[in-house]
Ligand binder design. Structure first.
Ligand SMILES: Cc1ncc(COP(=O)(O)O)c(C=O)c1O
Length: 362
């Protein structure tokens, strides 16, 4: 690899004694992390080191002006080879590049991104849980590190990757509230980037929705409050009659890897899929006509999250029970089986986690 990596391994793993069967999401972190600095126009100081605290100045620009983007991806143990495999790592690398570019940040070269992910996953492979539906969650992120209060793009950045085991995500079907006041993203903004600030903007509305008994907000477009966009931190699908409909990924919608995978898999299975603007009125009318068969959100964490009901203009619309649904449960199982390498990977989405630097270091 073009980038030399210093490797400092942990003395004692923290893995022993952890109960992998009762893991809360995102609170347990594996032994190592990957850290690199962008200084003077170059990526340098690449290191694999024990996961741990970092120190920084209070004037760190990321904290003030929010130049920070991240990714969320998963690795599993292949049921065929018993070795770690990554799911669509190239697509995550590409989205990370696009997000960084939108926020005026430098590109992490694909070679560096991939090596960081592959090395960490193979190094900490004993942290990958094996029970069905569980996985190693991978969190790459980049943030501005100039120490300055001037409002401008930073000239230095840190790229970090850490990982952590996550359990199967089996929450009950979600109750969703259709947004009527707040907007997640606006045309010309950063809604299609995985920018930290996008999430901050949704936290207060999400808290308000929770207080009224809802799990997620179904975001509408900010221009007309008419077209559905995303659901919480997931892309959204509606099944009307025998057609699966999802909005196109414009600059207000994140181009979800799970969304793209579902579209490919459904199309291959011969299911009718439409990618087009979908008005909330169309959904409500379909419900009234008995044609709204399913709605579900898609994302790396939950894979597929079924919508139990939705509340629009103070009226709650109940959807059919999960037992009656054909598409959501089927596609969730297909995707999970592909990630765990239990079924044919027709699209070549699974790649073994192999590290060149660790081999050289041996
Ligand atoms: C805002 C938002 N939309 C959609 C998604 C789903 O994307 P993916 O399937 O790539 O995880 C996520 C999660 O990453 C998200 O944060």
């Amino acid at each position: 690899m073009k980038y030399p990596v210093k490797i400092q391994l942990i003395n004692q793993s923290r893995r022993e004694g952890l109960d992998f069967d009762s893991l809360p999401f995102g609170k347990t972190f594996s032994d190592h992390m990957f850290v690199a600095d962008y200084i003077d126009g170059e990526w340098k100081n690449c290191q694999i080191m024990p996961y741990g605290d970092l120190s920084f100045a209070p004037s760190l620009m990321a904290l003030h002006y929010g130049q920070s983007v991240f990714e969320g991806m998963k690795a599993n143990i292949s049921s065929k080879t018993n070795e770690p495999v990554l799911f669509r790592a190239d697509k995550h690398a590409n989205r990370f590049r696009i997000s960084s570019e939108r926020l005026g940040m430098p590109e992490v070269p694909e070679e560096l991104f991939m090596e960081a992910i592959n090395s960490l996953v193979s190094l900490d492979k004993n942290w990958i849980p094996k029970s069905e539906g569980s996985a190693l969650y991978i969190r790459p992120f980049i943030f501005a590190t100039d120490e300055s209060l001037g409002v401008r793009a930073s000239s230095s950045y840190k790229f970090i990757v850490f990982t952590g085991p996550v359990g199967a995500y089996y929450p009950k079907p979600v109750r969703i509230l259709v947004a009527q006041k707040y907007v997640r993203a606006f045309p010309g903004g950063v809604g299609s980037a995985k920018a930290a600030g996008n999430y901050a903007a949704t936290l207060k509305p999400a808290e308000i929705a929770k207080k009224s008994g809802f799990d997620q907000i179904l975001w509408l477009d900010g221009m007309e409050f008419k077209y559905i966009q995303e659901c919480g931190t997931m892309n959204i699908f509606a099944v009307i009659g025998d057609t699966v409909i999802t909005p196109p990924t414009t600059d207000t919608i994140l181009d979800g890897v799970t969304r793209d995978s579902i579209i490919h898999l459904l199309t291959k299975k011969g299911v009718k899929v439409e990618i087009r603007p979908l008005g909330i009125d169309e959904i409500i009318n379909a419900h009234k006509n008995g044609e709204l068969m399913e709605m579900f959100g898609s994302g790396t964490a939950a894979v597929v999250s079924h919508v139990a009901d939705l509340c629009y203009q103070d009226i709650v619309y109940n959807l059919p029970s999960i037992e009656e649904r054909k598409i959501g449960p089927m596609i969730k199982k297909t995707l999970t089986d592909i990630k765990e390498n239990k079924t044919e990977d027709h699209f070549g989405w699974i790649t073994p986690a192999t590290s060149t630097i660790l081999q050289v270091a041996k």
